[in-house]
Design a protein around this ligand. Structure first.
Ligand SMILES: CC(C)(COP(=O)(O)OP(=O)(O)OC[C@H]1O[C@@H](n2cnc3c(N)ncnc32)[C@H](O)[C@@H]1OP(=O)(O)O)[C@@H](O)C(=O)NCCC(=O)NCCS
Length: 233
């Protein structure tokens, strides 16, 4: 089954996503965008391979594709992108099945969860993006404390199918995720990259974020990098 397309290529505000409020985006700011921009989630080409991929945000329309991706990638399914979403205690008391169900429920509720990359209609890559306050563990992280009260969206995870790795697909996913977030009204998109090879490699590399237009905003003395992409005011 191919990716569902309804409402995706011309995705405006995510269905069910409320206007930005202090509660929703954990910012203390209520500066909702004057207009909802139309997002064009364009086909992308992974530069090292020349292979073509298409990135689409997850909505109820293509939830089936997320489930397919999850079923085919056991490591992804194990976490179901809950490691940063749940607080540590909730994660510890959850089960694989409950995490799978929680991710699906979020999509059914219209919450932003991320972007899938497709090759020939097959989901082959994932990038997790959502308002920062949707990530319970991130909110509580000492290493990744909030640096100000901006209404940021956060990129916390990539997962690429083993056969498609090493083609810069994370950059394509990141660009699509950024476009999606800004189209939903995010003014600031934030990532927490790590140099490849160590812990948290799945959070993306500094070079990838730089190539996608992010700037280093790491506070002096901080243990972890913070990089930001600003949308149009
Ligand atoms: C991390 C991961 C997303 C990278 O995907 P990829 O498609 O190979 O990445 P890209 O080709 O876009 O390259 C991104 C960067 O990662 C580096 N990289 C990729 N795989 C690497 C590896 N195994 N070891 C070291 N560096 C690696 C690349 O050199 C590149 O670095 P640069 O930007 O400094 O040049 C992929 O290996 C993956 O999905 N791993 C499992 C993720 C995971 O466990 N997630 C958590 C559970 S859900």
């Amino acid at each position: 089954m191919g990716p569902a397309t309804t409402g995706i290529l011309r995705a405006g505000r995510h269905p069910g996503t409320p206007p930005r409020t202090a509660t929703r985006c954990d910012s203390g700011k209520t500066d909702a965008p004057a207009t909802t921009r139309i997002s064009t989630i364009l086909p992308v080409t992974a530069s090292r391979s020349g292979r073509k991929y298409e990135c689409r945000p997850i909505t109820t329309a293509n939830l089936v594709d997320l489930d397919r991706f999850s079923s085919q990638h056991g490591k992804f399914r194990w976490c179901s992108c809950m490691r940063w979403r749940m607080t540590s205690s909730k994660y510890r008391s959850s089960t694989k099945e409950s995490r799978v169900a929680t991710l699906e429920d979020l999509v059914r509720q219209g919450q932003p969860v991320g972007v899938l990359a497709y090759e020939d209609s097959h989901p082959v890559g994932w990038c997790s993006i959502a308002p920062r306050d949707a990530y319970g563990a991130l909110q509580r992280s000492r290493a990744l404390r909030r640096i100000d009260d901006e209404a940021v969206w956060s990129v916390v995870c990539f997962f690429v199918d083993r056969l498609r790795r090493g083609q810069r697909l994370t950059l394509a996913l990141l660009r699509a995720a950024v476009e999606y977030a800004h189209a939903q009204g995010a003014r600031v998109v934030e990532g927490y990259p790590v140099r490849p090879g160590g812990l948290y490699t799945y959070m993306g590399s500094p070079a990838t974020f730089k190539a996608a237009g992010f700037s280093d905003v790491t506070p002096p003395g901080a243990a972890r990098l913070v990089m930001r992409h600003l949308g149009q005011p």
